[in-house]
Design a binder for this molecule. Sequence first.
Ligand SMILES: [Zn+2]
Length: 274
Amino acid sequence: MTDYSISAWIVRDLPLAQGVSALASAGFASVELSADQCPLVQEWERDPVGLCTRLEGAGLTVPSIHCPQPGRFLDAADENARLDAVVANLRYLERMALCGVDEIVIHPTGAGGGADVAPEDSRARTLLSLQTLAARAGELGLRLAVENIGFKPGRPDSDMASLLTIIDGLGDHVGLCLDIGHTEIAGLDMVEELTIGLESGKLFTLHLHDVLPSGKDHVIPGEGRVDFTPFLAALNAAKFSGGRTLEIAPGKGDVAARLAQVSDVKRCWEVHQL
Ligand SMILES: [Zn+2]
């Protein structure tokens, strides 16, 4: 049966023990470690093997991890800032190798810099950074999944085709993460983006969440404006076997109640293969 992971982001505001048990008791079997402020991520940074062992004891595997906040400036124009971002990700790769987490989701851009930054310059710096990361990931037997995070069509980070040109030649262990909420905000067709990703053979994983009419993203599927049916039908028709992470932000209400709501979505999608 298809398995849907949950991003650890949703338990960011819970202490470690409560966060672990909340995820497990909501019925999840796998978690993507994500959000620097989340106690699960902070504990993993301190003791990667210990945290993964603890999660395993609670019935949770860790198929992937999200790049850390300091690692999200791979396109920085300032060379020292760019290298700092590369190093932050390299440190994660070393920890991943220690505890057997095989895949990291990478943000290719994030330095911003305003309208005067030419897309081709940003792209060139991202490529330089990814070359370093891809080389080390290859040595360690790890995968990089580069995520679409740009909301402006035409930017090098906003769609699957552009990201494919950036990762071209970096190796079979370098692929894509399709974040469908970001695709929605960019005004792109998510089934078309999925098709490009699938046909490339490079689509490693998915970030799934809804978007409110206001544009606020990372809400629970069903809360927002996204019609998931055609996307999930295309996904299942293609028998997609990569990762599927429900990437939901911590909301205002009770965490357990929100987790139960996400868990209902997971069960519904799994049972109906939707
Ligand atoms: Zn994402």
